[in-house]
Write a protein that binds this ligand. Structure first.
Ligand SMILES: Cc1cc2nc3c(=O)[nH]c(=O)nc-3n(C[C@H](O)[C@H](O)[C@H](O)COP(=O)(O)OP(=O)(O)OC[C@H]3O[C@@H](n4cnc5c(N)ncnc54)[C@H](O)[C@@H]3O)c2cc1C
Length: 409
């Protein structure tokens, strides 16, 4: 099968955010992994990196403090073909899994909230419609989701059912030619700013997916405040109270729990790359800080204990970079299984969190402020460790693969 390549539409070529003519190493690349990327992949990464550095990063502290997400970025990301990047047709550019990974890495280098927005739109909303939707659903929604004209959200988790979504109580009951939907979803990224919700519910004797538009009678969203993590991202409760839905709102090809879990697998893959973007931002900040700050008459970077920390961070980042690229190539060849993705999420998010904590400490008191990114990344990564399958759930997935024994129950 011919591998899809990132096709750069004409408008993209004249983007203001040109990659520098001579590549500047923005990130640590100790093993020259850059050489293993194509010129197109490097260009995509550098353009996205330059965009977030110039346009998004300066806004993050304020949005983080206020607990808001800059909604206008939906269309800006869409204009750069970054929503639904690995899907073909219906307004999606037809890139690869490696393209998607590199985009996630660059977005999360700035903030996990921005990467979360793109993960949800791409892997949790565009993916199920593209994979299991009817032709009418694809034509109606995908071009608007890919352009950012429409924002999507994904409702699987419930107040009483998180790691065990198969036990969900949200139910769609057949009524005439349609359904009546009742239930509550919780912790839903983009919920209050979304135009369209992909909602998973028990229906007949299986689990089905439904597309519920904002404004449908009986459907309301409530934003969840007081978060200490992912503050520059909107998280909401979705409430369905006798919501009447036509048959045409159901994803015809999605039957059973494997459908929502398939979406999560796609998002987890992007998270494996994204979390290392956050780790690189922390490493880069710590390295710059310890090189400039002097204590006891010499730069902090001259102390052995500081060098030990930097060496450990670089080693972990390098291992994760290799892991991500290998996983991405396997995915593009159709050889990556869900347990391969689980191992990457398991390893990379925990590693990124430890790197963020270490970097925070290396900055001393300055490390606790919003002026420097490590503590913001650190608290964000606490959510990343929990969502899309907690660290423990990925441990169990890989453990089952190793032993052949299911330790979930
Ligand atoms: C900021 C944020 C955004 C989110 N966005 C979305 C979204 O857009 N859509 C969506 O559907 N959900 C979303 N979630 C929800 C997320 O997917 C769930 O929080 C996650 O699946 C865990 O569920 P829970 O919080 O109910 O924890 P629980 O399932 O109650 O788990 C609590 C603890 O018990 C552990 N545990 C559970 N079962 C086992 C076991 N068998 N063995 C060992 N340990 C176990 C877990 O690992 C965890 O440490 C989001 C969450 C956050 C924090």
């Amino acid at each position: 099968m011919e591998r899809a390549v990132w096709r750069r539409p004409a408008a993209h070529r004249v983007s203001r955010y040109r990659a520098p003519e001579v590549a500047v190493a923005r990130h640590p690349d100790f093993y020259q992994i850059d050489e293993m990327l194509t010129a197109e992949e490097r260009m995509l990464r550098d353009e996205v990196g330059a965009f977030v550095e110039k346009e998004y990063l300066p806004l993050v502290p304020e949005h983080f403090e206020r607990g808001t997400f800059p909604v206008d970025f939906a269309r800006r990301l869409g204009a750069m073909y970054l929503l639904g990047i690995k899907y073909e047709g219906y307004g999606c550019p037809g890139g690869t899994s490696v393209d998607y990974g590199l985009v996630c890495q660059e977005l999360e280098w700035a903030d996990s909230g921005l990467r979360s927005f793109v993960s949800v739109q791409t892997s949790l909303v565009i993916h199920p419609i593209h994979t299991w939707g009817s032709e009418e659903q694809k034509r109606n929604y995908l071009p608007k989701l890919a352009s950012g004209e429409m924002i999507g959200c994904y409702g699987l988790t419930e107040p009483d059912h998180g790691s065990d979504p198969g036990a969900m109580t949200t139910r769609a009951v057949r009524d005439g030619s349609g359904y009546v939907l009742n239930g509550t979803k919780m912790w839903i990224t983009n919920g209050s700013i979304a135009d369209l919700a992909v909602v998973w519910a028990k229906v007949d004797d299986t689990i089905g997916g439904f597309l519920v538009e904002r404004g449908t009678p009986g459907f309301k969203t409530v934003e969840m405040k007081s978060k200490l993590s992912l503050r520059a991202s909107v998280t909401s409760e979705l409430i369905f109270d006798d919501v009447r839905l036509p048959e045409s709102s159901r994803l015809p090809g999605a039957r059973g729990l494997s459908a929502p879990l398939g979406c999560l697998n796609e998002a987890r893959y992007g998270i494996a790359w994204g979390s290392i973007g956050a780790a690189m931002a922390c490493y880069e900040t710590a390295l710059e800080y310890v090189s400039e700050r002097t204590q006891f008459g010499k730069p902090l970077s001259a102390f052995q204990m500081t060098q030990e920390k930097l060496t450990w961070m670089l080693a972990e980042i390098t291992k994760a970079q290799l892991l991500n690229l290998r996983l991405g190539r396997m995915k593009d060849e159709g050889r990556a299984h869900y347990y391969h993705v689980s191992l990457a999420k398991y390893n990379n998010v925990r590693t990124a969190l430890e790197i963020a904590r270490t970097a925070r400490a290396m900055l001393g008191a300055n490390g606790i402020t919003l002026e420097y990114p490590p503590m913001r990344h650190m608290v964000n990564l606490e959510s990343v460790l929990t969502y899309e399958g907690t660290h423990e759930i990925h441990t169990l997935i890989v453990g089952r693969q190793i032993t052949g024994l299911d330790a979930f129950r």
